[in-house]
Design a protein around this ligand. Structure first.
Ligand SMILES: [Zn+2]
Length: 194
């Protein structure tokens, strides 16, 4: 078993506008009946409080069956956050400047220490407000770890993330609507398990 989650991460929200964007979006989702207005104990994030599915929940997903699990809510995180996919490992990282791919695991999907070396401590640095600069082993130029991309969207660095716990797969139309509500920002959707 385990708890399945999907996180839509806004890649363009800034430190200044993340909280406002998150609040406006939540109001919209409540008004549309996608989630309930009341915050209840229904998510596995930080304080455990989120918004449970609303009467029109099925409009956002590809399967109209209600989520019978205790953890079935929406949690909105704001502020610098490294979102990840929970179980498993990131397989490959890609340099944003030269598109070189760095394989991070061996044939048995165990992390390779040497490959991870340039990334060591960089997520933590970025989360604390630093650049988290990673020097590419191929082009030797540094770029912030928030600009690197990760196989299967394993990681995403952002200021705003919406995590849906145990919901059926979010539809492309719903994700498109979320992007529109975020002012056309780029998003990436992480799918994982805890
Ligand atoms: Zn490079």
């Amino acid at each position: 078993m385990g708890d399945y989650f999907q996180t839509i991460v806004d890649l363009d929200a800034t430190e200044q506008d993340a909280a406002r964007l998150g609040a406006v979006l939540l109001d919209r989702l409540i008004a549309d009946g996608i989630v309930d207005a009341e915050r209840t104990d229904c998510v596995l994030d930080a304080d455990g409080y989120g918004n449970a599915p609303g009467p029109n929940y099925a409009k956002a997903v590809d399967d109209p069956e209600p989520v019978e699990l205790w953890s079935n809510g929406l949690y909105i995180a704001t502020g610098r956050t490294v979102f990840d996919s929970g179980q498993g490992e990131a397989g490959v990282a890609t340099c944003p400047l030269c598109a070189t791919t760095i394989r991070l695991v061996d044939d048995t999907w165990c992390p390779v220490d040497d490959a991870w070396e340039p990334f060591a401590g960089r997520f933590e640095d970025w989360e604390k407000g630093g650049e988290g600069a990673v020097e590419c082993t191929s082009c030797h130029r540094p770029s912030g770890i928030d600009r690197w991309s990760w196989e299967d969207g394993y990681y995403a660095c952002g200021q705003l993330g919406l995590t849906f716990w145990n919901w059926a797969e979010l539809t492309p139309d719903f994700e498109q609507e979320v992007r529109r509500r975020l002012g056309g920002h780029r998003t990436v959707t992480l799918r994982g398990k805890l």
